[in-house]
Design a protein around this ligand. Structure first.
Ligand SMILES: *Cc1c(COP(=O)(O)O)cnc(C)c1O
Length: 297
């Protein structure tokens, strides 16, 4: 499969500056943003076993869910095109049909069929009855949940951990990730490591329960969820965050985006600065990609 011929392992890079030196910690960034030109970051990891499962079932049609700026829809559309699969996107918000976002235009261009549904209908996206109805309506596609987040996704994300063990010759004390649905955080936890999870949404306290539900009783590492670095809510930001993103690029030569990864790294540097960690500890921040959704700055 073309999609699976991505660059692996993705590179790891040290991030060292006055803050990390003062705290006496080692900080690295795992460059999953470089995994594939279109199916980027955690979306590649989360799709991998979903696509293999669809393939083993002989199902050549995928159906999935997302909003107007969904990196998952973008990745699913690109993966479908690369693999010659039909793709169907159920999009949250009927009003969007008239003014397509750059993400949705890309999806259409990759051949994805878009179906716009009301916010009320979109809320049913995990209900079994609704999924049965969608399956019948779209001729029994392989259904991937919103964000690609499923048990199969956890397995793909968990593969980051042995990659890093081989690259650093140690298991880091913590992995840091941005959280939308929690699938990526749960995948890392399921591989047995400790996770610092930064909610990209306001009121993200519920994510702790969601992440544990995804783990479904599996033995896992420890979760610390941070809910104060949302910058006003999902897909909201302010000048301080944009300035951080620009300074980060200047210092390390790495592009972040304002919805997820900039918030996570802002929060992580804030914790390091506030002596949240012990000297000698090692942290790996995962760059989950999404840079195609960057603000035009
Ligand atoms: C989708 C996405 C996330 C959130 O991942 P979840 O598994 O849904 O928590 C984080 N970062 C980027 C760049 C994303 O596109």
């Amino acid at each position: 499969m073309d999609l699976l011929s991505a660059v692996l392992p993705t590179p790891i890079q040290e991030l060292s500056n006055a803050i990390t030196e003062k705290a006496g910690i080692k900080l690295y960034i795992k460059r999953d943003d470089l995994i594939h030109p279109k199916v980027s970051g955690n979306k590649w990891r989360k799709l991998k076993y979903n696509l293999l499962e669809a393939d083993s079932q002989g199902n050549r049609r995928l159906l999935t869910f997302g909003g107007a700026f969904s990196n998952h829809l973008y990745a699913a559309a690109a993966a479908g095109k690369a693999l010659g699969l039909e793709t169907i996107g159920i999009v949250r918000g009927e009003e969007l049909a008239d003014k397509l976002s750059p993400t949705l235009l890309f999806c259409l261009d990759q051949g994805m069929q878009l179906h716009f549904v009301s916010r009320g209908e979109y809320k049913l996206r995990n209900s079994e009855d609704y999924l049965r109805e969608l399956a019948a309506r779209f001729d029994y596609p392989f259904i991937i949940p919103e964000g690609g987040t499923s048990a199969l996704a956890l397995k793909g994300v968990g593969e980051i951990v042995p990659e890093i063990k081989a690259q650093l010759a140690q298991v880091p004390d913590y992995f840091a990730v941005a959280v939308g649905t929690g699938g990526t955080a749960a995948g890392l936890l399921s591989a047995g490591v400790n996770v610092l999870a930064f909610s990209a949404l306001k009121g993200g306290e519920f994510l702790e329960k969601d992440i544990h539900a995804l783990l479904n009783g599996q033995h896992s590492g420890d979760l610390q969820l941070f809910t104060d670095y949302h910058f006003g809510g999902y897909a909201k930001w302010n000048q301080e965050l944009i300035t951080f993103m620009l300074e980060f690029r200047q210092a390390f030569g790495i592009q972040l985006e304002q919805v997820y990864t900039a918030k996570m790294l802002y929060g992580l540097f804030d914790l390091i600065h506030k002596n949240h960690f012990q000297k000698g500890q090692t942290i790996v921040a995962v760059h989950t990609g999404g840079v195609q959704g960057l603000l035009k700055l």
